[in-house]
Design a protein around this ligand. Structure first.
Ligand code: PMP
Length: 437
């Protein structure tokens, strides 16, 4: 044997430093801390680094960890499935993905019959949703929000509006509309001007016939931008009038995270034609899904469309456990209650730290936005970076977001407890003091 696959070198010195160079620079360089942080294990909402320091994971490992790190029921379900059959190509029937599909369909509004197609990631699911919408409607044009982020693949990139998140040469047929950001959107607070703008963009920047519109029910990388009341239903109405479908991206906002509803689009009483999900569904096991109205998905049945690892039974077994745990441990309700308590503490911090321009969010999906001046609302990217770094010393892991990287996003596992609220608020208070002191 040339190497022992069970041996892991956790050091950061000597050969380990050189070894890291084999790990593509495009991935390594995205490490946001000045000094690398190496996580060795996680449990619930906590992470431990290679020196056994504990952190509260307010990033939920980029929202993938929905019900808690190493949740025993998820680990058990996935392990049991891996021991029995680690993969089953979708050329054959396997009941595990079928069960998960049935359980996901049951979370959707009752107005339609739904079908589920599994992918390996959010971006693949976005690609598929775009293809489904174009195939079903026969139209090419799509609308997306300017500060949306829908993923790294070419199609998902084509509906991503911010230059820094977008690579050159992506496919077209996409028009962007302004995000209804109630704090700093171009039309200020309110809904109607943003809806009027959708109609204007359809009339002027598209053929007038749409395949659909993608909307994150709460924008994630965009900086936790919730949709104002009436926006989702108003947008869906305008898009449908142009022949298009309403595609809800719930990759970040789904699975009870926003507290009041299992899916964040439900807030507006609107029913999407297609719902895209990933991240939290697998609690870390890679899985994405497109849940579509049955008749919308039907024209795809004649097309060659096959994800080799899609419907992987290990990921699907994890997904089934996740849904059961959210229910059994009442994690949606926990997200509502703990999120409300934390939001209140963040508002107290806003009263005492002039650099916090805005505090917003719902459930366990919240953010603080940093500004140089509350009147001009000029984004304060430098202080955001400094607070982010200082949080590390306080045992808090979160993420910088928003098009100007001036938003600190908090999206912990849904099991964050009332006990943690004080630790998060006090830690942030100290970090804000250190960074602005
Ligand atoms: N949609 C949203 C809202 C996302 O935040 C992301 C990823 N952060 C994606 C889609 C793409 O998911 P993935 O990275 O799994 O491809």
């Amino acid at each position: 044997m040339t190497h022992d696959p069970l041996h892991t070198d956790w050091s950061l010195e000597g050969t380990a430093k050189r070894r890291a160079d084999y790990y593509a620079a495009s991935q390594r360089k995205f490490v946001p801390f000045r000094d690398p942080l190496v996580f060795r294990r996680g449990e619930g909402q906590y992470l431990w680094d290679n020196e056994d320091n504990r952190y509260i994971d307010l990033l939920g490992m980029n929202l993938c960890i929905s019900v808690g790190h190493a949740h025993p029921r998820v680990v058990e379900a996935a392990t049991a499935q891996a021991r029995e059959l680690t993969h089953c190509t979708t050329m054959f029937y396997h009941p595990t993905p079928a069960h998960l599909a049935e359980e996901l369909a049951a979370t959707m509004p009752k107005r339609h019959e739904w079908v589920v197609h599994f992918t390996n990631s959010g971006a693949e699911a976005i690609d598929l949703a775009m293809t489904m919408a174009r195939t079903f409607t026969g139209n090419l044009d799509l609308l997306a929000l300017r500060t949306a982020y829908h993923g790294p693949t070419a199609a998902a990139q084509s509906v991503t509006g911010i230059a820094g998140w977008r690579h050159p040469g992506m496919p077209g047929n996409v028009a962007f509309v302004p995000e209804p950001n109630q704090y700093r959107g171009i039309f200020g607070a309110g809904t109607q001007p943003y809806l009027d703008e959708i109609a204007r963009v359809i009339a002027t920047a598209t053929t007038g016939r749409l395949a659909g519109m993608l909307i994150e029910s709460v924008q994630g990388y965009g900086g936790i931008v919730g949709m104002p009341e009436g926006y989702l239903s108003g947008a869906a109405e305008r898009v449908r009038a142009a022949g298009g479908l309403y595609i809800a991206d719930e990759v970040q906002s789904g699975f009870g995270r926003t507290g009041d509803h299992f899916w964040a689009f439900e807030k507006d009483g609107v029913v999407p034609d297609i719902v895209v999900m990933a991240k939290g569904l697998g609690n870390g096991f890679p899985i994405g899904a497109v849940v579509a109205r049955k008749e919308v998905a039907e024209p795809m049945e004649d097309k060659f469309m096959f994800h080799t690892y899609g419907a992987n039974p290990v990921s699907c077994a994890a997904g089934r456990a996740v849904l059961a745990v959210i229910d059994d441990e009442r994690l949606q309700q926990n997200a509502r209650e703990v999120g409300a308590a934390l939001l209140e503490r963040l508002r107290d911090l806003q009263d005492r730290h002039a650099v916090i321009g805005d505090v917003r969010g719902a459930g366990l999906m919240m953010a603080i936005e940093m500004v140089r001046n509350r009147d001009s609302k000029e984004p304060d990217r430098e202080t955001t970076a400094a607070v982010f770094e200082a949080c590390r010393a306080q045992g808090l892991i979160m993420s910088k977001s928003g098009p100007t990287q001036s938003v600190l996003r908090m999206v912990p596992p849904l099991c964050l407890s009332m006990r943690d609220v004080d630790a998060v608020a006090d830690g942030l208070d100290a970090a804000l003091g250190d960074a602005t002191g």
